[in-house]
Design a protein around this ligand. Structure first.
Ligand SMILES: Cc1ncc(COP(=O)(O)O)c(C=O)c1O
Length: 320
C-alpha cells in the first residue's frame, strides 16, 4: 500500500436509527451514518479526505494549500481549517458574487486565515486557479493543489476506509445513499465496497452532475484509486449506481423538495441537513421511498456528509 494518513477525524462516526422518519414515510428501516460529526470545523465528508490529502501535502514538502469551490463551499471551509491546524498558508479560489458581509462557510474561511481570490464567473475558475497556483509556485511558496472537492485518488481513500469502518461497526445495510458531486466520496465507497466485500449497494444522488458523467468519472477514479492499495481493479460505468433525477434545478438552488426534506428530518428526528447537498440527497431518498424503490424489509443507510453551516448563510437562512 502506498498511502500516508494523518489521524484527526473523529472516527468511527456514529450510526443511528431514524425510526420516526421511517414511520412518517411508511418506508424501510433507515439508518444514518453521522459523517457530519467527523470533527474539523463542524465536520463533514471532507475531513476523511483531508486525512490523506494533508499527509500527501506534508510528504511533498508543501507550505501552502490552494483549493477552489463555490462561495459557500464546505470543502474550502474544511481545507482552510486543516491548513490552519497543520501550519500551511491557504488560498481559496471562490466562485460567485462575493457578499459584502461574509456569513457561514465564508466567514469561517476568513477566521482560519485563508486568502480569498474571488472569481465572479465560474467559467474563469480553472484558469484563475491555475494562475494562482503557478504564481505561488514561482514565488517559492510551495503550494499543494487540493482538487475540487478533495476528489483525487488520495482524497477518495477516505471513503474507501469508511467502508472498512462500517464493516467493523457491523453495519451491513442493503443500500448506502448519499449526495454525490465531485465524485470522490462516491469513488471511495465503490472501491471500498469491492475491496472490503461490503454486501450493500452504493447509490449516489447527484447534486449537480449528469448520471453519465458520474458513472464514467467515478468508475475511472475508483479504478485509479485502487492502484494506491497495491493492485489495479478496473471498474466500468455499470459498476457505479447514480441518479441525476433530483438535481434539475441546478447547483445550490433550493426547491420545495429540499425544503421538505430539511423540515421532515428536523421534525421527526431532530437532525439537521444542509440546503445544498444533504437536503437534496434526502429529497431524493424520500422520493425513492415514496415510489417503492426500496423493499420494505431492506435497510437503507443515509450517509450524512455534513454541510450544515450553509443553513446559516445569507441567501439560504431566509429561504428555508
Ligand atoms: C456536505 C457535502 N456533501 C456532499 C458533497 C459531495 O461530495 P463529493 O464532492 O465527494 O462528491 C460535498 C462536496 O462538497 C459536501 O460539501
Amino acid at each position: 500500500m502506498n498511502i500516508s494518513r494523518l489521524r484527526f477525524a473523529h472516527l468511527p462516526t456514529p450510526v443511528e436509527e431514524l425510526p420516526r422518519l421511517s414511520a412518517a414515510l411508511g418506508g424501510p428501516r433507515i439508518l444514518v451514518k453521522r459523517d457530519d460529526q467527523t470533527g474539523l470545523a463542524f465536520g463533514g465528508n471532507k475531513t476523511r479526505k483531508l486525512e490523506f490529502l494533508v499527509a500527501e501535502a506534508q510528504e511533498q514538502g508543501a507550505k501552502m494549500m490552494i483549493s477552489a469551490g463555490a462561495i459557500q463551499s464546505n470543502h474550502c471551509r474544511q481545507t482552510a481549517a486543516a491548513a490552519a491546524k497543520f501550519g500551511f498558508e491557504c488560498t481559496l479560489v471562490l466562485t460567485g458574487p462575493l457578499p459584502e458581509r461574509p456569513s457561514a462557510n465564508l466567514l469561517m474561511d476568513k477566521l482560519f486565515g485563508a486568502r480569498i481570490v474571488n472569481v465572479p464567473d465560474r467559467k474563469n475558475r480553472d484558469r484563475v486557479l491555475k494562475e494562482t497556483f503557478e504564481k505561488a509556485a514561482s514565488e517559492g511558496r510551495k503550494p499543494y493543489l487540493v482538487p475540487y472537492g478533495g476528489s483525487s485518488t488520495t482524497g477518495a481513500m477516505g471513503y474507501t476506509f469508511a467502508i472498512e469502518e462500517l464493516m467493523k461497526q457491523d453495519v451491513r445495510a442493503d443500500w448506502i445513499v448519499f449526495g454525490t458531486s465531485s465524485g470522490g466520496t462516491h469513488a471511495g465507497l465503490v472501491l471500498g465496497q469491492r475491496v472490503f466485500g461490503y454486501p450493500g449497494k452504493v447509490f449516489g444522488i447527484s447534486i449537480d452532475e449528469s448520471e453519465e458523467w458520474l458513472k464514467s468519472h467515478v468508475s475511472a477514479l475508483s479504478s485509479d484509486a485502487s492502484e494506491r492499495l497495491g493492485k489495479r481493479i478496473d471498474f466500468g460505468p455499470d459498476d457505479v449506481l447514480a441518479t441525476d433525477k433530483y438535481c434539475k434545478a441546478g447547483y445550490g438552488v433550493l426547491t420545495e423538495a429540499e425544503r421538505e426534506a430539511i423540515r421532515l428530518f428536523a421534525n421527526t428526528e431532530g437532525l439537521l441537513l444542509d440546503p445544498v447537498y444533504t437536503g437534496r440527497a434526502a429529497a431524493g431518498l424520500i422520493d425513492l421511498i415514496r415510489n417503492g424503490f426500496f423493499k420494505k424489509e431492506e435497510v437503507v443507510l443515509f450517509l450524512h456528509t455534513g454541510g450544515q453551516p450553509a443553513l446559516f448563510a445569507d441567501g439560504y437562512s431566509d429561504l428555508i
